[in-house]
Design a protein. Structure first.
Lengths: 332, 534
């Protein structure tokens, strides 16, 4: 079974994202509402060590590594700017700015571009080498989540709207879709194999959909309930705040407001694991590039009425996955 | 079998026949529990999540509900058995024809082994014993008498040949028996002589089944021959039935090919033998069929099982006592001619299931047939050996069916998963008066009657099974539904569909410096209108 441990970190506010480095499997990029971007070696010593802490001067809502060497990162936050961090030097520069908070950023290695989405309904593409914004796109709704794989970019917006872009042709969305979930989309993540994506909603549901517009592929899409807890006759439904695909197996983890992390086999449509409850709502998750570790951020603040609750429990956990823990059953 | 040579091969046969076997792969098992676990593991396991289900229907429901997929076929099934529509649970739900085929096969195997054994041991081939006896008897008969009979037989053959095929169709098996009885000066052993329709039918309740027993057991020749063995014991009969004797030894024996209509559907390969018989007894077949069951017979020749139902009707009550009296049926074609096999008497019961279904088809008979069905149930209990052979299918089907089956027509349909069989059932019921067994009107819409074809018997045989299947599926659904289908009342921890948690958080005072605000009433942001519109 997997070994779960807490990473010691001095994070004073909610965590907004955790991403493992594409180069170093134990380096974790952590963005937080406490206005800092951290690089943590989760396996230094017994409980990890902070390698770097950069004050970004604004609460960060998302961050990602850029490039493939794990030395650069991009992040966006409440100050409406997209920042480009040099992790070696511990410095950052501004790539561009939106007119509202930047909710999501992601990096695509095929086109070597950083994408940022904001509540101002705009999507920006940035060139990290030129340190500039290359294109801006206005979308119909607030952007809540971005995810990219291969040449696809999935933009999850308010009003259950989802646009899929082909990064080689950003003039028009490749597809416009309505989420198959009936409630607000929380997050979207692309499958490592580039065939589709999973999205989650505030109503304890995860949908798996496919890019291929053919009827055949579309018939494969499905959604399932999760992160619900019966209390008497009532099911208490938690938002699914985080999704993370295993980079090699294609299975994925979901993290909910109930503090539960579950591992799913999207092909077999079966839950592989459900882990013991974490102390607070799961805010973010990320697999290491080799799939051995799953970083889990647990903090209050993502449910009704809890936004203002001071959350001392901004904790970061790492789950070391067993050899076959995230392996789909179908792979024997 | 081979290992226990001391046991009579008759016992082996019974034992062999009594072994539960898997419909999908024809494997046999020591007991039903093992069969169940085998089916769970081999045929009813979900490929996606490896969850073992109890039935194909359950698996289909599981696949649909859990994986949103459609179950196309049962895994690891031998060709032709992959259908997911047939609800199999252990030994329950196996279509009658398949059941019969299986028994035929087993008996053939047993017979072959026995033959081989005998050859190895230098014993006379199976059935020859009986033949020898008969021969002796023959000798005792007056030669003139024999010649007379032969002449009469030929005459009858010529005259009755034409009529025989049709009329006998349904009842043919019985007619065969009857003929045997008639031929013999002393009909006693086989009470079913055509001359005595009442008797035949009375006894038959149990007796009628005998003809079908063979079918069910899968031994085509058996039905016809069961009765004869007894007659043959008597010297007088011998002359007429030389072919018959052979027939006993060799199931497919040509002489008995006289009963094609019935046999064809069910036995397929064994069709030929019956026709021949009829010609020989041409006179008898005509009488019987025409008189007692004209309507039912002709229309429903194809289904072998149909005939029995008709017989059951009249003497339901009587039938029960008879089981003991019916020695011939017990004989198994493959086995040496043994008039009475202790374990086998129950067989008649097996025939009943199909019959009940058939009875519905025949308009005239329908009502009578119902009583017969009920009788069958008692018979089963009466017959000691029945359980041994097909405990699960028979017992469950019968018991369960009579009480609940029709009362819940809708269930049936559900259970059938929309397959035609269920509909057929409903149809049948409607045909029989628009009421179910319990006499309740059937709510179902009338289904256009389906053409009667050989396939129907199956459907009928499944009738009861369908009900069971329906139950099973319902159970499955209940199981799988719990917590899924029923949309529980839910309470969302985060219910704001307009603003994300992050937005709300960003609007907190401590982040006020960054100017993120929320406009609950749609004042500032145009987005609000957009979102509400959705």
């Amino acid at each position: 079974m997997s070994n779960n441990f807490e990473v010691e970190a001095t994070i004073s506010d909610a965590i907004s994202s955790v991403n493992y480095s594409p180069a170093a499997t134990t380096h974790l990029l952590v963005s937080s509402w406490d206005q800092t971007l951290r690089l943590i070696n989760t396996h230094a010593g017994t409980s990890g060590r902070e390698l770097l802490q950069i004050d970004s001067q604004a609460p960060l809502l998302d961050a990602c590594f850029t490039g493939s060497d794990g030395k650069f990162a991009a992040a966006g936050g409440l100050d409406q700017t997209v920042k480009y961090f040099d992790l070696d030097r511990g410095s950052f520069s501004t790539l561009g700015s939106h007119e509202s908070a930047v909710k999501s950023v992601c990096y695509n290695s095929e086109v070597d571009a950083i994408m940022s989405g904001s509540w101002d309904r705009s999507l920006h593409l940035h060139d990290p080498r030129a340190a500039s914004t290359t294109s801006k796109h206005t979308l119909p709704h607030k952007i809540f989540s971005l995810s990219t794989i291969a040449n696809k970019l999935v933009v999850a917006m308010a009003s259950r709207s989802i646009h899929i872009y082909d990064l080689r042709n950003m003039a028009e969305p490749f597809q416009r879709r309505e989420s198959s979930l009936k409630f607000m989309t929380r997050t979207v993540r692309c499958m490592p194999n580039g065939e589709g994506y999973a999205s989650s909603s505030i109503e304890g549901r995860v949908a798996v959909e496919f890019f291929d517009p053919s009827k055949e592929s579309q018939s494969r899409k499905y959604a399932f309930k999760c992160h619900r807890q019966p209390e008497g006759d009532i099911d208490v439904v938690y938002p699914v705040n985080a999704l993370a695909f295993h980079p090699t197996y294609g299975t994925f983890a979901s993290g909910g407001g109930d503090g539960v992390v579950a591992l799913w086999d999207g092909v077999a449509k079966r839950r592989l694991r459900q882990y013991q409850k974490y102390p607070a709502s799961i805010a973010a998750m990320g697999f290491s590039s080799d799939g051995k570790y799953l970083a889990i951020a647990s903090c209050n603040g993502f449910e009704d009425g809890k936004e203002s609750v001071p959350s001392p429990d901004n904790k970061l956990f790492v789950r070391e996955m067993g050899d076959n823990e995230a392996k789909p059953k179908s792979m024997g | 079998m081979v290992s226990r040579k001391k046991r009579s091969h008759k016992d082996d046969a019974q034992e062999q026949l009594a072994r539960p076997w898997c419909y999908y792969c024809e494997r046999d098992f020591d007991d039903v529990k093992i069969l169940h676990s085998h089916q769970k593991a081999k045929h009813f396991k979900c490929e996606r999540c490896r969850k073992p289900l109890n039935t194909a229907g359950g698996l289909a429901v599981h696949m649909t509900q859990v994986h949103k997929e459609t179950l196309k076929e049962v895994k690891n099934a031998i060709p032709g058995r992959e259908s997911t529509e047939i609800e199999i649970f252990g030994m329950e739900g196996i279509p009658e024809d398949v059941l019969q085929a299986h028994h035929t096969r087993i008996m053939a195997q047993i017979h072959q082994k026995e033959s081989e054994r005998r050859v190895a041991q230098g014993l006379p081939p199976l059935g020859h014993e009986g033949a020898a006896k008969k021969k002796i008897k023959v000798d005792s008969v007056d030669p003139e008498e024999i010649m007379k009979r032969l002449a009469a037989h030929k005459a009858a053959h010529v005259g009755g040949g034409a009529a025989a095929p049709v009329g006998t169709g349904s009842q043919s098996p019985i007619s065969a028996h009857d003929t045997g009885g008639n031929a013999s000066p002393a009909p006693p052993p086989s009470a079913m002589s055509p001359v005595y329709p009442p008797n035949t039918f009375n006894a038959p309740p149990s007796a009628t089944p005998p003809p079908f027993q063979p079918q069910q057991y899968g031994m085509p020749p058996a039905p016809q021959f069961p009765t004869p063995p007894a007659p043959y014991a008597q010297p007088s009969q011998a002359p007429f039935y030389p072919p018959a004797q052979q027939g006993y030894n060799q199931p497919p024996a040509q002489p008995y090919s006289g009963f094609p209509p019935q046999s064809q559907p069910s036995y397929g390969g064994y069709q030929h033998p019956q026709p021949q018989i009829q010609p020989s007894f041409g006179g008898y077949p005509q009488q019987q069929p025409a008189q007692s069951y004209p309507p039912a017979q002709t229309p429903y020749h194809p289904p072998p099982t149909q005939n029995p139902p008709s017989f059951h009707q009249p003497p339901p009550a009587q039938a029960q006592p008879l089981p003991s009296t019916i020695p011939p049926p017990q004989n198994i074609p493959g086995l040496p001619v043994r008039p009475n096999i202790p374990g086998l008497p129950p067989r008649p019961n097996f025939s009943t299931p199909p019959n009940s279904g058939n009875t519905y088809h025949a308009p005239p008979n329908p009502q009578p047939s119902y009583p017969g069905v009920s009788h069958q149930v008692p018979n089963r209990s009466m017959s000691p050996g029945s359980n041994q052979f097909f405990p699960p299918p028979m017992s469950n089907g019968y018991q369960a069916i009579p009480p609940k089956p029709f009362p819940q027509p809708p269930h049936q349909q559900q259970g059938g998963g929309g397959n035609g069989e269920v509909i057929i059932n409903g149809d049948q019921v409607i045909l029989s008066g628009g009421k179910d067994w319990t006499g309740n009107p059937i709510p179902q819409a009338v289904v256009p009657p389906k053409p009667i074809d050989p396939v129907e018997p199956k459907a009928e045989g499944k009738k009861k099974d369908d009900k069971d299947a329906a139950k099973a599926i319902d159970k499955e659904k209940e199981k799988e539904d719990t917590g899924r289908r029923k949309d529980k009342e839910t309470k969302m921890v985060y219910s704001d569909n307009d603003y994300s948690p992050e937005e709300k958080r960003a609007a907190l005072a401590k982040y006020a410096a960054f100017g993120i605000k929320i406009h609950p009433a749609s004042t500032g942001e145009k987005l609000d209108t957009e979102m509400t519109s959705s």
